[in-house]
Design a protein around this ligand. Structure first.
Ligand SMILES: Cc1cc2nc3c(=O)[nH]c(=O)nc-3n(C[C@H](O)[C@H](O)[C@H](O)COP(=O)(O)OP(=O)(O)OC[C@H]3O[C@@H](n4cnc5c(N)ncnc54)[C@H](O)[C@@H]3O)c2cc1C
Length: 441
């Protein structure tokens, strides 16, 4: 099946799951006392709940789901659906409190149905607020991630209980009352629990018996550390150059917060390398890891690869540590004796911190590669490009017929946005511009 067909199938499957509870609730729910607003409110809640349940599937790292859309695309969608879910829940709560108001004095004696609904809605609000304003709230990624997971489970679990309790409410029972409607909700709940079990228990359990080994640790320029890893004996590992994986170093495979890193080595070699820049608490200590450390690897993931988007030649645009996946593509091309032309525009703060610059020089001797360094703070008498990656810099260095190349961009978000816009401005078709963002939240 082609990626496009797979993508369309997933979209239909998604819409099917979102709409199914709505259709089921609508059939036979036309009791006269319900009225438009009650029906509307229930419709929003059912759709919102299905969307929230599917949020887990979007970030469950299923390769077949991510393949047509890319990990970035799925994450963007996950964020937008989170906001839409909040809006659906908000309107549902507003309508329900307007039409089925519980006086404040009786709030404590409100039925369990109300309490589970309130708990689900509150969890969704906190979930969205802490995600949108994580940095402003100064939440570390690890704390945010654990809280996000727990709140999401609480929200969906409480919402499901809220739905089951509707059955005990004489005015509303017809929305979920019949056997086949209960079967549907039972199926949805089972799917949700199985998904959780699969992602948090079965997959880590499978990884536990197959740890990787950290072989060597090497220092690079720009506070970057190269880690050389070997897969479990007898399990050769294949990845496409440019892909990434989730890594857990020296901790349990059940650890909630693994870290994503792109492979930096050639996809044609047996040893696997990643290169990590010290940017925070975890990455600053990664150089202290001792050879022999057990590593758990969930991957490969991603579609940011010359193997996924073939072309007559390639233009790579890297900013800082964004070089890692692009370096993997270049190393792989050199090992494959790929003669297609490649140009690398490589932006760094200064010359000293340009990681792998010596190796890039050597790669130019093994393949048709030109490297353009762009330095934010160039040394005196620097003959090359200075400042940021701009439309002017790109148009100075792109070869004739550049619109037919495949473009791969990875680096800090502002650089990526600027480079992407400049390329579109220069007439490069959007489908030839591929990006990988290192910041998920
Ligand atoms: C697809 C992808 C590929 C990446 N490839 C590389 C690479 O090849 N080399 C490299 O040096 N970095 C890479 N990164 C970035 C790297 O994962 C983060 O810099 C690292 O996890 C930061 O951890 P920290 O605790 O040191 O920093 P912190 O200061 O805790 O975090 C800095 C930022 O990194 C992100 N982050 C932190 N922890 C995680 C986590 N567990 N999962 C996801 N994001 C997190 C958050 O946005 C956070 O704001 C990649 C990221 C992604 C998404």
């Amino acid at each position: 099946m082609t990626l496009a067909v797979r993508g369309v199938s997933w979209v239909f499957a998604y819409l099917g799951v979102v709409i199914a509870p709505l259709v089921f609730a609508a059939i036979g729910a036309g009791e006269p006392h319900h009225g438009f607003w009650t029906n509307f409110s229930v419709a929003l809640a059912f759709t919102g709940l299905a969307m929230m349940g599917l949020e887990f599937a979007l970030v469950a790292r299923f390769r077949s789901v991510a393949a047509p859309f890319g990990q970035d695309g799925l994450l963007q969608f996950h964020r937008q659906i989170g906001l839409a879910g909040l809006a659906f829940v908000g309107v549902h709560v507003a309508i329900s409190t307007r039409w089925h108001a519980v006086p404040t004095s009786a709030a404590l004696r409100a039925p369990a149905l109300v309490w589970f609904g309130v708990a689900a809605a509150a969890a969704v609000v906190v979930l969205v607020v802490t995600s949108v304003w994580r940095r402003w709230l100064r939440l570390s990624y690890e704390l945010w991630h654990v809280a996000h997971t727990v709140l999401a489970v609480v929200a969906v679990a409480c919402a499901l209980v809220h739905v089951y309790l509707i059955n005990e409410h004489p005015g509303l029972a017809s929305y979920v009352g019949t056997l086949w409607k209960q079967l549907l909700w039972g199926l949805m709940s089972a799917a949700f629990i199985s998904l959780l079990g699969w992602v948090r228990v079965i997959r880590p359990l499978a990884r536990r018996g197959r740890p990787w080994r950290l072989e060597r640790v090497g220092r690079e320029r720009g506070q970057t550390t190269t880690l050389v890893l070997t897969p479990p004996p007898g399990e050769p590992f294949r990845f496409d150059p440019g892909q990434f994986a989730w890594f857990t170093f020296g901790r349990s495979p059940f650890s909630l917060t693994p870290h994503p890193f792109s492979f930096s080595s050639s996809a044609e070699r047996n040893e696997v390398e990643i290169a990590v820049r010290a940017l925070g608490d975890f990455t600053s200590r990664i150089g202290e890891l001792a050879p022999g450390t057990k590593v758990y690897v969930d991957g490969p993931h991603g579609v940011f690869s010359i193997d996924a988007d073939e072309g007559p030649g390639f233009c790579f645009i890297a900013g800082g540590v964004g070089i890692t996946g692009l370096l993997s593509m270049l190393r792989t091309m050199a090992d494959r004796a790929d003669v297609r032309p490649a140009i690398l525009i490589y932006a760094n703060r200064d010359w000293e911190n340009a990681a792998f610059r010596d190796e890039l020089g050597r790669l130019q001797e093994r393949m048709t590669l030109s490297v353009v360094h762009v330095l934010e703070r160039p040394p005196a008498n620097w003959p090359g490009e200075a400042g940021y990656v701009t439309r002017d810099i790109l148009s100075r260095h792109l070869p004739p017929g550049y619109r037919r190349l495949q473009f791969f961009i990875c680096g800090p978000a502002p650089m990526m946005d600027a480079a992407q816009n400049a390329l579109l401005d220069l007439g490069v078709p959007g489908e030839r511009v591929h990006t990988e963002r290192f910041t998920m939240v």
